[in-house]
Design a protein around this ligand. Structure first.
Ligand SMILES: Cc1cc2nc3c(=O)[nH]c(=O)nc-3n(C[C@H](O)[C@H](O)[C@H](O)COP(=O)(O)OP(=O)(O)OC[C@H]3O[C@@H](n4cnc5c(N)ncnc54)[C@H](O)[C@@H]3O)c2cc1C
Length: 447
């Protein structure tokens, strides 16, 4: 049994601690903030259930399913309304549903006839010869209309990122793999669908949350870990003795262990490793985290004309609007808004609009409402409003990200017992963080 200190009680740190404890190790978590969960923040207010961070995640039956079962959260877990399969994109000042099948695809006004016909040539484009941005990759394989009206808004919706800056291999690994494995996105997608059907459950996964919001998951893990979780204990110094033991300083106390897992954002991890390894610190500090504001708006149902019959609406950058998109939160899951009201959650900011940090919360909410009002047919003022600004929200897997990770891993090899785990590697979604935490426990091995 090894003694292990985990720095950061976001979902990466909590899940790492949980899986390591299951493997027979003795764990302690040091968390700077007053509550566990990091970005997972669910707040109940005036009958609305607001998510300041993630609203849902994809359950592919892997680490998330295992945790939910082990923590007895099955009854708390909610699968998104079937309507959530419909996703809108703003085009020509109105929400247009993304086509769900081949017939709808040929009818959709999202793309011109030329753009649709160009898809027939997609399997004949060769593979990339250098690292490409998401935008370069999509323009090369599918054409600029698919970039502007589908992929670019998707990148804004997931990363609040810039498709010209993100690496296709790092940021959209599953899409990149289609080209790498099958030489074609279309043929690859078809092959995956066929294989998925043969092997049973839907490969794309189920969109899920919890009855009392996403924070239920970190709360349940923290409860299970009990007094191993030390809140308001910011780690300020990290060192290794000549014998290999690690020491972490927090609140004027020294905690010592055989392993340390740094599950903090890259910029905080950089500060902690700076005195050990300047090269590693430099690579970590290069990972960008643009700001994002999440704006929850509640309305009386009869004040919103749109049926809100979907997941939400993405707003392409080429429309000139600053709002990145809006989730139809009260459609997604029950219990998000009181009877006869609806809850929308909009996002603004991101890699292309970093100036939002200069603006007041009320100005951001007013801006978003001004953008959405004509698009969803909103009348009057919201009955509820909540703004949460994340000054450094989501790590950007930019061009060179995978080389940067390889460099960090090379540095890490010089520090046995030190591990780095958080959303800046192995995927940004909550489900990705859980899988990465489980993989760490497998790497360290049983206690
Ligand atoms: C607005 C927003 C919307 C999102 N939407 C979705 C979504 O719909 N679906 C989805 O799957 N994902 C979504 N994500 C992404 C997902 O929520 C995050 O990637 C994930 O929660 C990150 O978890 P983490 O534990 O790696 O990092 P964090 O949540 O950032 O946790 C890191 C923790 O480390 C602590 N810490 C930092 N420094 C120290 C220190 N020195 N000592 C001790 N503790 C320290 C911090 O206080 C924090 O609690 C969203 C993210 C944001 C911001």
């Amino acid at each position: 049994m090894a003694e292990i200190i985990i720095i950061g009680a976001g979902i990466s740190g909590l899940a790492s601690a949980w899986f390591l404890k299951q493997s027979g190790h003795q764990v302690q978590i040091l968390e700077a903030g007053p509550q566990p969960g990091g970005c997972l923040r669910s707040e109940q207010s005036d009958g609305f259930l607001v998510e300041a961070g993630p609203n849902s995640t994809l359950d592919r039956g892997d680490a998330l399913g295992e945790l939910v079962q082990a923590l007895g959260l099955e009854q708390e877990m909610l699968e998104a309304n079937r309507a959530a399969r419909r996703r809108y994109i703003l085009k020509d000042n109105r929400p247009v549903a993304l086509p769900g099948g081949p017939v709808a695809f040929f009818k959709t006004p999202l793309f011109s006839t030329d753009a649709k016909l160009r898809l027939l040539l997609e399997p004949f484009h060769g593979r990339a010869t250098k690292e490409e941005s998401v935008a370069e990759f999509v323009r090369r394989r599918l054409g600029h209309e698919f970039l502007d009206w589908a992929v670019d808004p998707f990148i804004s919706g997931v990363y609040a990122g810039d498709a010209e800056a993100l690496s296709v291999r790092a940021a959209t690994a599953r899409i990149y793999a289609l080209e790498a494995e099958y030489g074609s996105l279309i043929l690859g997608a078809i092959m995956r669908m066929v294989r998925g059907r043969r092997s049973g459950p839907a490969p794309s996964g189920r969109l899920v949350s919890f009855r009392r919001g996403m924070q239920s998951l970190p709360n349940a893990i923290a409860d299970a870990l009990g007094d191993a979780v030390h809140l308001q204990h910011a780690a300020t110094h990290l060192s290794q003795s000549p014998g290999g033991r690690w020491s972490v300083r927090a609140n004027d106390m020294d905690y010592s262990a055989d392993h340390v897992v740094l599950a903090a954002p890259a910029y905080h991890a950089a500060e902690l490793v700076a005195s050990l390894d300047a090269t590693m610190a430099d690579s970590l500090s290069q990972i960008a985290y643009p700001p994002v504001a999440s704006i929850a708006l509640g309305f009386a149902r009869n004040r919103v004309a749109h049926p809100l019959d979907g997941f939400g609406m993405l707003i392409p950058r080429c429309t000139g609007l600053q709002t990145l998109g809006v989730l139809f939160s009260s459609t997604l899951f029950p219990g998000r808004a009181p009877d006869h009201t609806v809850l929308l959650t909009a996002f603004i900011g991101g890699a292309r609009n970093t100036k939002i940090t200069d603006r007041e919360d009320t100005a951001l909410a007013t801006h978003v409402l001004r953008d959405l009002r004509p698009l969803l047919g909103i009348q009057g003022e919201p009955v509820f409003s909540r703004v949460r600004l994340w000054p450094r929200a989501i790590p950007q897997y930019e061009l060179g990200h995978l080389d940067r990770l390889a460099g960090i891993d090379t540095s890490l090899a010089r520090w046995p017992g030190l591990h780095l785990r958080a959303n800046w590697r192995d995927g940004i979604s909550v489900a990705d963080c859980l899988n990465s935490a489980k993989a760490l426990a497998e790497t360290i091995g049983p206690g």
